[in-house]
Design a protein around this ligand. Structure first.
Ligand SMILES: NC(=O)C1=CN([C@@H]2O[C@H](COP(=O)(O)OP(=O)(O)OC[C@H]3O[C@@H](n4cnc5c(N)ncnc54)[C@H](OP(=O)(O)O)[C@@H]3O)[C@@H](O)[C@H]2O)C=CC1
Ligand SMILES: O=C(O)C1=N[C@H](C(=O)O)C[C@H](O)C1
Length: 256
């Protein structure tokens, strides 16, 4: 099997550490360098503080980005400009940024995978929710994460709402005269769906989608109890991005 040369941005982070381990333990992947803005990563590969400095010296096939929303967007754009295929787990990109990156991937004819959630169980939770939304159109999404998370709502919650939006007519939920006596009580809304973000120490990454109809509710829930749960999705993304010539948003679009 052809060796895939990988650079990882964010190697000291919670996800970055797992990704380093994954790449180092996968025989057909080679970790050739990492990008760490503080230069503090302690690994036996070159550590670059800046992505352009890295790509002027190194020629990875794939960049795995697990950083922060602003940095992740810049890294993805720079990677495509340097002919490197991005696999991005970083969440919090705006729709405009996603569109711009899609155009760039198309014009450079390079594969790029942006996956708000790499856990197979989370992908199924989103797909089951999309199926259920055909029959239940009153929906509340509750996402629960550790309290160090920067973005809210989570990328997974936004993606879930977008997938549901494909199959459900927009509607205003709750009482037409409903009024928040405390701002934010009803959460964020996407297409009429309410999204509630819980942040607590002790949590990792969890989401439940609740559907209600006359006399019944249905709850679809997924829990990630550790970050190893995301790594099979990262692995298949690194393999698949080598065969793509466009941007794919969401792991569900590359799984059979
Ligand atoms: N798609 C998925 O399945 C998953 C996605 N995520 C997403 O992945 C991202 C990372 O999450 P997580 O690992 O928990 O976050 P962490 O905060 O643990 O890690 C982020 C890392 O990025 C580093 N960083 C910040 N700026 C730069 C830069 N300019 N260059 C290189 N590294 C930089 C930070 O460094 P420093 O420590 O110095 O700040 C930190 O080490 C988030 O957007 C999160 O939402 C998380 C889990 C699963
Ligand atoms: O920050 C996290 O931890 C996670 N972020 C992703 C998201 O925003 O959906 C994926 C997962 O939920 C963990």
């Amino acid at each position: 099997m052809e060796q895939i040369k990988v650079t990882i941005a964010g190697p000291r982070g919670r996800m970055g550490k797992e990704a380093v381990e994954l790449v180092q333990n996968t025989p057909h992947f080679t970790l050739i360098s990492v990008i760490d803005h503080k230069g503090e990563a302690s690994l036996d590969v070159p550590v670059y503080k800046d992505i352009e400095e890295c790509f002027r010296t190194e020629t990875p096939h794939v960049l795995i980005d697990l950083t922060t929303p602003e940095v992740g967007y810049l890294h993805t754009k720079t990677a495509l400009e340097y002919g490197v295929r991005p696999v991005v787990g970083t969440t919090g990109f705006t729709p405009e940024e996603l569109n711009e990156l899609k155009d760039l991937a198309e014009s450079t004819k390079l594969g790029c995978i942006i996956a708000p959630n790499f856990a197979i169980g989370a992908v199924l939770m989103m797909k089951f929710s999309q199926m259920a939304a055909k029959y239940f159109d009153d929906i509340e999404i509750i996402e629960l994460h550790h309290d160090q998370k920067l973005d809210a709502p989570s990328g997974t919650a936004v993606k879930t709402a977008e997938m549901i939006k494909e199959v459900r007519e927009a509607k205003t939920q709750g009482h037409p005269n409903e009024k928040e006596t405390h701002s934010g009580a009803r959460g964020a809304t996407i297409d009429g769906m309410h999204i509630h973000s819980v942040r607590l120490p002790g949590l990792i990454a969890h989401q439940q989608v609740m559907f209600g109809a006359e006399g019944q509710t249905l709850t679809v829930r997924h829990d990630s109890y550790n970050r190893a749960s995301f790594m099979s999705g990262v692995k298949v993304s690194v393999e698949t991005v080598m065969k793509l010539d466009t941007l794919v948003y969401g792991l569900e679009n590359i799984l059979d």
